[in-house]
Design a protein around this ligand. Structure first.
Ligand SMILES: [Fe+2]
Length: 143
């Protein structure tokens, strides 16, 4: 990525609370930038790709904060969708984990890619959920 910001990065920093409220301690507590998250995403994706490539005789579950596929978004503005869900289809289809749990997107839509179930375990903001205990019970029984 070059020095300039993409359209997605400009939309994300203008529209998401994360970029107003989160500070980066290792950068002198400056405000979080989309480029910080792109770098973290690439580093963590490298680690996850390596972990999934290791031989393992059993079921594989993945848990991430960010959603692994845009099919879980109920509605989205194309310019900001990348801030909620990456398209990790290639990784998912290559390693075929049983289930992939994620948060970050507060909708409760689940999806699948190939044989992998994508399950949203987000509770959302307190004012978005009428009965948190019921949602937690639902999640336990979904899993
Ligand atoms: Fe989040």
């Amino acid at each position: 990525m070059g020095a300039g910001r993409t359209i997605n990065e400009s939309h994300a920093s203008a529209r998401m609370n994360d970029f107003r409220h989160i500070r980066v301690a290792s950068k002198g507590y400056r405000k979080l930038r989309p480029s910080d998250l792109v770098l973290a995403h690439r580093n963590q994706l490298d680690w996850l790709s390596g972990a999934l490539a290791e031989d393992f005789d059993g079921q594989t579950f993945v848990a991430t904060h960010h959603a692994p596929h845009p099919s879980v978004l109920e509605k989205h503005d194309g310019n900001i969708a990348a801030a909620y869900a990456s398209d990790l289809s290639e990784l998912i289809l290559k390693h075929r984990p049983e289930r992939w749990f994620f948060r970050h997107w507060h909708g409760v839509r689940n999806s699948s890619v190939g044989d992998t179930q994508l399950i949203n375990v987000s509770l959302g903001y307190p004012d978005e959920i009428a009965d948190p205990a019921a949602r937690i019970r639902d999640l336990i029984f979904e899993i």
